[in-house]
Design a protein around this ligand. Structure first.
Ligand SMILES: Cc1ncc(COP(=O)(O)O)c(C=O)c1O
Length: 372
């Protein structure tokens, strides 16, 4: 009997979805299907068109986001597939500040004439609303990486849909436990599964979820023809991570809020960006529709970029590394990457808060701040 997760809470769905129907025959977990081909007549046929382990992971992410889901070899592969369904010359409205890989890709598409992209401050709702006229796609990332700007998702999505504009939302920072853009009317939700969903910094994967069967078909065709498929082992690891995702995420969000408060009173910290802080410019908007404020925060130090680099090297629990969303805390100065947006302050450190004890993390942070 197939499992109907529709009435369950998301924390239950993360555990129940994507299990084998027949647990006597198959066990509690799906196994890793290592097959590049299938016997003639099989619905999968070939390893680039489908895989039983992918399907299990897709069911679990779909149960969280509330739509049919496809997984890809990385978040960027998922984004590339999503953008590939737009016609050449499409008009795209997007934030001028967001994940640097997406920013670079959109700038390249704009420069080559593939798309005409309007970049704007996504937290300025009026600016976004007036840019929507004649647009084909509204690309939303909220909160943004790394400045934690929050887009007015309910209003922007409904305004775009009233104009029949395609809406895609990068939900990597927020996750389905914070906001579920498909329920607000978005057409496609993208996740870098690499981050919170997998949660252990050992997998690269992306996902696209949609409730629209025509869009799903186009995305599936794109995955098949671009060949941007996930490995079965990675799919299995991601699904294993998803089982504990709600537990990890809640703990990490709790830690992030506490650290944001403590950092904001430290004399060597000039500004903390975290939508959960009542003093944050994004807080009033965020609290209207976000169920959590996420587990990533950014702060600017009183000091130079070299001081910020030194600080990131001076911790013992928090690793000096890029990426986010794992059980282990990571930090880095984002402008160390030449591709990072010039609007991101040079001395801004992005901290991905993990699940360690919050007092241990604070001792580590205080020690690192004392070193500069
Ligand atoms: C918000 C956001 N979107 C997309 C991506 C790309 O995902 P991946 O690294 O899995 O390709 C990242 C990676 O950091 C990200 O932070």
């Amino acid at each position: 009997m197939s499992h109907d997760a529709s009435h369950e809470k998301l924390s239950t769905r993360a555990i129940t979805a994507g299990r084998p129907d027949d647990k006597v025959e198959n066990g509690i977990n799906h196994s890793i299907s290592l097959n590049s081909t299938f016997g003639a007549g099989s619905p999968i046929a070939y390893g680039r068109t489908g895989n039983q382990t992918w399907s299990a992971t897709e069911s679990a992410i779909g149960a969280l986001e509330g739509g049919s889901t496809l997984i890809f070899s990385s978040g960027m592969a998922a984004i590339t597939a999503a953008l590939s369904i737009l016609k050449p010359g499409a008009r795209v409205v997007a934030s001028h500040e967001g994940y640097s890989g997406v920013m670079t890709l959109l700038k390249q598409h704009h420069a080559s004439g593939r798309f005409i992209v309007t970049f704007l401050d996504i937290s300025q709702t009026d600016q976004v609303l007036s840019a929507l006229k004649d647009a084909d796609l509204l690309w939303l990332e909220s909160p943004t990486n790394p400045c934690l700007d929050v887009a007015e998702l309910p209003q922007l999505i409904s305004a775009a849909k009233a104009l029949d504009i395609l809406v895609m939302v990068d939900n990597t920072f927020a996750t389905a436990l914070t906001q579920r853009p498909l329920t607000l009317g978005a057409d496609v939700v993208m996740n870098s599964v690499t981050k919170f969903l997998s949660g252990h910094s050992d997998v690269l994967m992306g996902s696209l979820s949609t409730e629209n069967p025509e869009i799903l078909q186009k995305l599936e065709d794109a995955r098949q023809l671009l060949g941007s498929i996930a490995g079965p082992f990675e799919a299995w690891l991601a699904l294993r991570g998803i089982r504990t995702f709600p537990l990890r995420f809640h703990k990490a969000c709790e830690n992030a809020l506490e650290l944001a408060h403590r950092l904001s009173t430290h004399p060597k910290v000039a500004r903390v960006r975290y939508p959960g802080l009542p003093t944050d410019s994004q807080h009033e908007r965020a609290k209207k529709f976000m169920k959590t404020f996420g587990a990533v925060l950014s702060f600017e130090i009183v000091g130079s970029p070299a001081d910020a680099d030194r600080l990131c090297d001076s911790s013992s629990i928090i690793s000096h590394a890029t990426s986010l969303g794992g059980v282990e805390s990571l930090w880095e100065r984002r402008r160390r990457w030449p591709s990072e947006s010039p609007s991101v302050p040079e001395n801004l450190i992005r901290l991905s808060v993990g699940c360690e004890d919050v007092d241990d993390l604070w001792t580590d942070i205080q020690g690192a701040l004392a070193a500069i």
